[in-house]
Design a protein around this ligand. Structure first.
Ligand code: CA
Length: 231
């Protein structure tokens, strides 16, 4: 079951970026540009989580939030507000209006995804898978533990996120740039060779004394979690 997220955001580039990253994370995503259109749409269907921009055409995010909290069908809907810098002082008003959390733009996508997961774990635990499994590898997203053949592996935080990112989409080849965006975040400027260094460390930790390497290097393209690995 994939968690359903509705994004209400009038900045097209940001909306696309969020859609891309949320879909890669396994969410099913619907985007709406106007506050009034979102209100209409939410009368037809209620997602598992709402990502709501503060400043919107139609009605503002804060007003929509207030209206949603007044309706039975959406009173418990988890809402994360997106606010521009300078609106931070308004955060208390936002939370008082009933938002569950808020994120200040520009934000790091991995951090936003982590917050969404935390909220969904609390509010809709049934839609969030905490264990990723492939072959003899088991990754627990909640405790940040990784086991292979029942034995615990010791990964650094970046190697953990890299493995988690790859394991979420077995078989899919990610370029170094996509891995930088998804694992390090868009606002972080690191050299693409950094990816190779961390893939090397990840392999060392995961493959210690074992022949089967779950990570495929695809020449000229990037890296993938081998979808034959579990077979
Ligand atoms: Ca806006």
């Amino acid at each position: 079951m994939s968690p359903r997220v509705m994004i209400v955001e009038d900045e097209e580039a940001l909306s696309l970026l969020l859609r891309y990253n949320l879909e890669a994370e396994g969410y099913s995503v619907e985007t709406v540009e106007r506050g009034d259109d979102a209100e209409t749409r939410l009368q037809e269907t209620v997602p598992d989580l709402l990502l709501l921009d503060w400043m919107l055409p139609g009605i503002s995010g804060i007003e929509l939030c207030r209206r949603l909290r007044a309706r039975d069908a959406t009173r418990g809907l988890p809402i994360v507000m997106l606010t521009a810098r300078g609106e931070e002082q308004e955060k208390i008003r936002g939370l008082a209006t009933g938002a569950d959390d808020y994120v200040v733009k520009p934000f790091s996508v991995p951090e936003l995804l982590a917050r969404l997961r935390a909220i969904l774990r609390r509010t809709r635990p049934e839609v969030i898978a905490t264990l990723l499994r492939a072959g003899d590898i088991e990754l627990d997203r909640e405790t940040h533990r990784v086991r292979r053949g029942g034995r615990e592996l010791h990964l650094g935080p970046t190697e953990f996120r890299l493995l988690e990112f790859l394991m979420r989409s077995p078989g899919r080849v990610f370029s170094r740039e996509q891995l930088l965006d998804g694992v390090w975040g868009r606002d972080v400027y690191v050299d693409e060779r950094t990816v190779d260094v961390h893939i090397g460390r990840l392999r060392k930790a995961v493959n210690r004394g074992r022949a089967r390497d779950p990570i495929r290097t695809v020449r000229g393209a990037g890296y993938a979690f081998d979808d034959q690995f579990a077979a």
